[in-house]
Design a binder for this molecule. Structure first.
Ligand SMILES: CC(C)(COP(=O)(O)OP(=O)(O)OC[C@H]1O[C@@H](n2cnc3c(N)ncnc32)[C@H](O)[C@@H]1OP(=O)(O)O)[C@@H](O)C(=O)NCCC(=O)NCCS
Length: 167
């Protein structure tokens, strides 16, 4: 177990306490009441709301902001620049991106450009979805399993395929 410098909102009467499983690294995070973090999670410098769930083998990088009642299934990767609203479902193995033209040189020089990804309230993202950098997914939208999301998804839309198309 490794916990360092986190702000954990403790449970009050009638609410379950924040619960973090034994084998994971959580550092410099703000974590809301009732949130559960399962084994082999790596998260640092991020903010997670109340009553969320983070499944096994998830990584959440610094600066990520996540609202309340968000479920992040196992094996997903949330990079710097990701902002997620409330009541969002993130399936297994969902990969977010922030660097459109990745290069080892820009990583060495720290000259890479991070593009923000916004996931609005009540969105559902199926298993094994990849989102390119700078995407906004509108409220209530649904992204089908295995989709490569290359463009913004309007509120309420259903999108699937590679590249993602609205159906
Ligand atoms: C996108 C989705 C919501 C569509 O469901 P649906 O409306 O019931 O669609 P259907 O099963 O009737 O399929 C309609 C057509 O779309 C295709 N299709 C369905 N889902 C697809 C997907 N994710 N990617 C590509 N094609 C898909 C079907 O093959 C079918 O094609 P056809 O008309 O040529 O036969 C659903 O398939 C999906 O991906 N759900 C997410 C599942 C998931 O990841 N859950 C996570 C928790 S386990």
């Amino acid at each position: 177990m490794y916990l360092e410098n986190n702000v954990l909102t403790q449970g009050k009467a009638g609410n379950p306490v924040t619960w973090i499983d034994s084998y994971r690294v959580v550092k410099n995070c703000e974590i809301g009441r009732g949130t559960k973090i399962f084994n082999y999670v790596n998260m640092y410098g991020c903010k997670l709301g109340e009553n969320c769930m983070v499944g096994c083998f998830v990584e959440i990088q610094k600066g990520v902001k996540i609202g309340n009642s968000v479920r992040i299934q196992s094996h997903s990767f949330l990079c710097e620049g990701v902002k997620i609203g409330n009541n969002v479902f993130i399936g297994h193995g969902v990969i977010f991106s922030n660097d459109r033209y990745p290069s080892i040189n820009t990583w060495h020089n720290k000259t890479y450009v991070i593009e923000e990804t916004i996931i609005e309230d009540n969105v559902s993202i199926g298993n094994n979805v990849t989102l390119l950098p700078g995407i906004r997914i509108g409220e209530e939208a649904l992204v089908g399993a295995g989709c490569m999301v290359t463009k913004d998804v309007p509120p309420g839309a259903r999108v699937f395929g590679n590249p993602g198309r609205i159906i």
